[in-house]
Design a protein around this ligand. Structure first.
Ligand SMILES: [Zn+2]
Length: 160
């Protein structure tokens, strides 16, 4: 039995993946599949122009995984500021694992890991989490948007 099913999500009215049973922290849930392309292709292709790399994973200094295909079910996973899953990878493989215990029926969510840049307002976040910063921005950069995050982050990461 699969650990997930596709269902309409409350986040942004799109589809998402939901847990079909209780999932323990650290469980590999689904492979993130796509096409392996060169980093040069990413730079040169118009497909990736003016777009956040929503479905792109840099594998190493030569190759990137492009998961922007309808057969990549893991691509349906929504971003949340309080995500219960995260992307993991080794070599040319990327998958999604739970980062805490997840209850049956919970939506599976990840941190898309977007950096903070001038375009951040193009990607509002509707995850509904208590700690939602309003935009899809990776956890380490959210303090730039919302001062609420500044206090805790300043101490732990001065480079940001
Ligand atoms: Zn959010």
């Amino acid at each position: 039995m699969k650990l997930y099913k596709i269902k309409k999500s409350k986040i942004d009215n799109k589809r998402g993946l939901y847990a079909t049973k209780d999932i323990k922290k650290g469980t590999k849930i689904i492979n993130y599949i796509g096409k392996i392309i060169t980093n040069r292709e990413v730079e040169e292709s118009v497909k990736f122009d003016n777009n956040k790399p929503i479905y792109l994973f840099t594998l190493n200094n030569r190759y990137t995984l492009d998961g922007d295909f309808n057969w990549n079910t893991a691509g349906l996973i929504n971003h949340s500021c309080n995500n219960n899953c995260d992307y993991e990878g080794k070599g040319f493989k990327v998958w999604v694992s739970s980062i805490r215990d997840i209850k049956k029926g919970e939506e599976l969510t990840c941190d898309y890991g977007f950096g903070f840049d001038k375009d951040y307002k193009q990607f509002p976040c509707k995850c509904g989490a208590k700690n939602c910063c309003g935009y899809i921005v990776r956890a380490g950069s959210r303090f730039r948007i919302n001062k609420k995050f500044a206090i805790s982050k300043k101490k732990t990461n001065k480079s940001l």
